[in-house]
Design a protein around this ligand. Structure first.
Ligand code: GLU
Length: 514
């Protein structure tokens, strides 16, 4: 029976495909996922027309035949083996965060072009996609917005794929600029500071597919976004493009300054390059697509929904490094400190956040703060990092339950169970330094396993006096009772540790004495 055991059967042993779809949906595998398209098709065909309104039931053999082509992903989803095993818990958290952050109406939409000033400022979308293609979206996640500066990430990746890092970085630096994103400043070599600010992104546009004509160069970039976003077509906002072009004095100034400094490769057509840059900024995606694109970056360049290897892992590594140091305008250092993840934002209120090897998150909300980042976008990031141990350096402060944050990579209860098992093991070994470390990481030292055994029982049974003294000194219950009615005193006594038994008896009489 295997994986079919996960799906409900009726009394005659028949299986319900609706139940299958429900299990997949809870795991984050949505019906439009190309990896289950064949199964959805087969199930649709198995349902005779007259039964369209009645529930369809299949024998185990019919069910196996219908799902055969997509067996891998279905089995992993049903067994809770995808990147975020407890996906419903993540969904609950995202819904809560969305509601909390929705109330924030501070900030102002970008007003340098009328097309951005006119958007409905209150729109708000959050979308997540894991490296196993588990998806969830909330809010205005189907509404298109233009990428603006978020486009700089993919433009940079395309230059790396085409020319390699050495050649690319002969034309653009990789240091944070310390200046505004469109400031007229260059590094000591007369090059743009990095590819995440305007001058650097204009340079990327000068480097992408120089041999193609303008239309093909644009198609190439748009097609790349489409591949990253799971194969669904992306849009283009022509009026944003036209008004970007008409109000682009600063970007023209950047372009001419770079030309004057000899920063571009010989033969660069400056006007065509700038137009190409404005077109890249005007590409439109919705939050669902941007989350899949972010997940493709989290997944080392391979789209989780289509398995399309869009970029090499090395390209993505370079891009995420620069997103980490330069992706969030003048807030990049602060963002790296508090959030600790690569991200890129744009003046349309888009924010793309990447949790390497785990998931991509897109947030879109047009009101911006003084640095030009989406107010709600930043707040969502803060709250995510408050509840999950996804900051790059959370690994130093312990995993899951130990840090007081949850680990989304673990199965339900797994982090709590691992904390208790680790603690009991350390106690049985008398490994006091490990116990102190766990205490510093907030593991509850009085926690019980499923048999009601505690660290104190194990330390007492093995005669580890120092450990027993430490546990009592931090105030754990001196006489917890396990499922066989035994206390640590009984353990010490049974194993012949008389002094320890006396210590425990005294502590039980006068808790807090030690
Ligand atoms: N199109 C904008 C510009 O070049 C992009 C700004 C941004 O999103 O940072 O000024």
């Amino acid at each position: 029976m295997g994986v079919f055991g996960c799906f409900e059967q009726d009394s005659s042993g028949l299986l319900s495909p609706d139940r299958l779809l429900e299990v997949l949906r809870r795991a984050g595998i949505l019906p439009d996922d190309p990896r289950i398209a064949e199964t959805i098709d087969n199930l649709e065909r198995a349902r005779p027309a007259r039964l369209r309104t009645e529930p369809l039931l299949l024998t185990v053999e019919e069910f196996a035949a219908a799902t055969r082509g997509n067996r891998g992903i279905i089995e992993r989803a049903a067994r809770g083996e995808l990147a975020v095993p407890d996906f419903p818990a993540l969904v609950d958290d995202l819904q809560r965060i969305y509601q909390e952050v929705h109330a924030d109406r501070t900030g102002a939409v970008a007003a340098y072009i009328p097309q951005l000033a006119r958007v409905d400022a209150d729109q708000f979308a959050m979308s997540v996609c894991t490296v196993d293609g588990q998806r969830f979206s909330i809010g205005d996640a189907g509404v298109n917005f233009c990428l603006q500066s978020v486009s700089k990430t993919v433009s940079y990746c395309l230059t790396l794929e085409e020319h390699g890092s050495d050649t690319v970085h002969r034309h653009v630096g990789r240091e944070p600029s310390g200046h505004g994103f469109n400031e007229l400043t260059f590094n000591k070599a007369g090059l743009p500071h990095n590819p995440m600010i305007n001058a650097g992104a204009i340079m990327s546009c000068a480097l992408i597919q120089r041999g193609l004509d303008a239309a093909d160069r644009f198609d190439y970039v748009a097609e790349t976004w489409k591949r990253l976003a799971g194969g669904r077509s992306v849009g283009f906002n022509n009026s944003v493009y036209l008004s970007e072009r008409n109000t682009a004095d600063r970007n023209f100034a950047l372009g001419y300054s770079m030309r004057e400094r000899g920063a571009f490769p010989p033969g660069t057509d400056l006007l065509a390059t700038l137009e190409f840059y404005f077109q890249c900024c005007s590409i439109e995606l919705n939050a669902q697509q941007l989350a899949v694109a972010a997940a493709s970056l989290a997944n080392a360049g391979v789209c989780p929904l289509t398995e399309d290897p869009v970029f090499s892992a090395q390209t993505v590594r370079h891009c995420l490094s620069l997103m980490s140091s330069c992706g969030m305008y003048d807030f990049s250092g602060e963002f790296a400190f508090t959030i600790g993840l690569p991200a890129k934002s744009g003046v349309s209120g888009a924010l793309m956040l990447v949790v390497p090897q785990l998931m991509g998150i897109a947030i879109w909300s047009p009101r911006l703060d003084a640095q030009g980042n989406s107010v709600r976008g930043i707040e969502v990031c803060r709250r995510l990092v408050d509840c999950y141990n996804v900051h790059t350096y959370d690994l130093l402060t312990g995993n899951g339950a130990e840090s007081g944050k949850r680990d989304p990579r673990l199965k339900r209860q797994q982090s709590a169970i691992e904390g208790i098992v680790g603690l009991c093991f350390a106690a049985s070994q008398g490994d006091l330094s490990e116990i102190r470390r766990m205490a510093a990481c907030n593991v509850p030292l009085g926690a019980t396993d499923y048999d009601g055994r505690t660290a104190l029982h194990l330390a007492a049974a093995e005669g580890h006096r120092e450990t027993v003294e430490f546990l009592l000194s931090v105030g754990v219950d001196p006489k917890p009772v396990d499922r066989w009615g035994g206390t640590p005193f009984d353990d010490a006594n049974r194993s012949g540790h008389r002094q320890l038994a006396r210590l425990l008896a005294d502590a039980a009489d006068t808790p807090g004495r030690i």
